[in-house]
Ligand binder design. Structure first.
Ligand code: ADP
Length: 409
């Protein structure tokens, strides 16, 4: 069993830089868990603490029932794959793959080379076993590095952005390959990436980090459909979720949001929102696939100017700006930290449309389009705390605290 438990794990560098704070998470035996977050959010630090390459300031890491805080890396039964493959240039592929086993075990030579052969077969690199690394392409080197990890038959695989040096096509291919491999071997894996798409496509579950703190953990679908806060909402999904600023008005005639966009909201939902937040102004989050663009106004539509329409093949992406919209950044007033990637498109919003459904002459013209919103899929965020306060059926997908409490019993 190689379940991994993080119990209140904190890492402070040099007595001042808090890289990871009170991190709690349980990774199931055989699970593929991805740590994702912007640069500096603490992903590599967490991975390095699991590997034993970084001391844990406080808290505990438990691998397969053993607290590993004080175990040296070689006694942790893990294998790590990095982005710079760190292959020995003077050794052939076969020797590179056998190196770790030769050093860490006293297995007979034949057994080691048999394992190397099997791993090479799995990675499709048998014909490269007698080559030196300099003769290999980036993709082949990555396969050798992964094969070298497989040979060790570890309890846990740790991947630190292993695909970021590869070109886009190869990266996609290797994603599938690593996933297949992990399922075949059923080895617990922690995979670190800053690329949310990679996280979404590969993982059983995703843990999203920001500023050293766990924001949410859940399956790709959960974190996409039920983001617990504005950070997760905007970090997960491409293009990212649109954010509008509107005020909640509750009158005798019903409740509605008025502001950047005007939308009706059920009494029930308005009550949930006011129970959870004392604010009056909110961030309304709506994904590009939940906006409908019309050429004619309807009773409930909101006008917008089209900037550009980008053909993507199966659909088009329409970039628009609302008239007189509030600046989302000012409303957040610095209390919700949203990643850099996210801020850059704060004024411009996006909607998916059917190809050619909006004539191209709407681009950068005075002719407005008219938008309606699928409010069932609209999220409401408190602008001060960033919390998602409007979920009709809030579901806590972070089961880590509970499980850890259980494990303690
Ligand atoms: P990520 O992998 O998400 O990019 P890191 O774990 O590398 O994030 O870094 C988290 C924080 O810790 C950052 O603020 C980074 O500057 C800091 N940090 C990382 N390594 C060290 C180190 N060896 N000494 C001091 N600070 C560090």
């Amino acid at each position: 069993m190689s379940r991994i438990l993080f119990d209140d794990v904190t890492k402070i560098y040099n007595g001042k830089t808090v890289a990871v704070e009170d991190f709690n998470l349980e990774i199931e035996d055989g699970e593929f868990l991805t740590l994702v977050g912007p640069s500096g959010s603490g992903k590599s630090t967490l991975l390095r603490m699991v590997a034993g390459l970084e001391e844990i300031t406080s808290g505990e890491i438990n691998i397969g029932g053993t607290i590993v805080n004080r175990l040296p890396p070689r006694d942790r039964d893990i294998a790590m794959v990095f982005q710079n493959y760190a292959l020995y240039p003077h050794l052939k592929v076969r020797e590179n793959m056998a190196f770790g086993l030769k050093r860490s075990t006293d297995l007979p030579k034949e057994e080691i080379y048999e394992r190397v052969r099997e791993a090479a077969e799995m990675m499709g690199i048998e014909e490269l076993l007698d080559d030196k690394p300099k003769h290999l392409s980036g993709g082949q080197r990555q396969r050798v590095a992964t094969g070298r990890a497989i040979v060790r038959n570890p309890a846990v695989f740790l991947f630190d952005e292993p695909l970021s040096n590869l070109d886009a096509k190869l990266r996609k291919h290797m994603r599938t390959e690593l996933q297949r491999l992990q399922h075949e071997l059923e080895t617990t894996a922690i995979y670190v990436t800053h690329d949310q798409e990679e996280a979404m496509t590969m993982s059983d579950r995703i843990a999203i980090l920001d500023g050293g703190e766990l924001q949410q953990v859940g399956t790709p679908r959960e974190v996409y459909n039920e983001p617990q806060n504005a950070f997760v909402a905007q970090f997960i999904g491409s293009p990212s979720m649109n954010m509008f600023v509107s005020e909640l008005e509750q009158t005798a005639n019903g409740s509605k949001f008025v502001g950047d966009i005007d939308v009706k909201v059920s009494e029930q939902r308005a009550n949930v929102i006011t129970e959870q937040s004392s604010e009056t102004q909110f961030l309304l989050g709506i994904r590009p696939e939940h906006i409908t663009v019309h050429t004619e106004p309807t009773e409930e539509s909101v006008p917008a100017q089209v900037d550009i329409i980008e053909p993507l093949g199966s659909n088009d992406l329409l970039y628009f700006v609302l008239k007189d919209s509030e600046n989302v950044e000012e409303v957040i007033s610095g209390s919700v930290e949203i990643g850099e990637d996210v801020q850059s498109d704060k004024e411009e919003h996006k909607a998916f449309i059917e190809p050619n459904s909006i004539p191209i002459d709407y681009e950068r013209s005075d002719k407005p389009v008219h938008l309606t919103f699928d409010t069932e899929h609209m999220h409401v965020f408190d602008p001060q705390t960033g919390e998602n306060v409007g979920m009709e059926n809030p579901r806590v997908s972070d089961a880590s605290t509970e499980s850890i409490a259980e494990a303690d019993d």
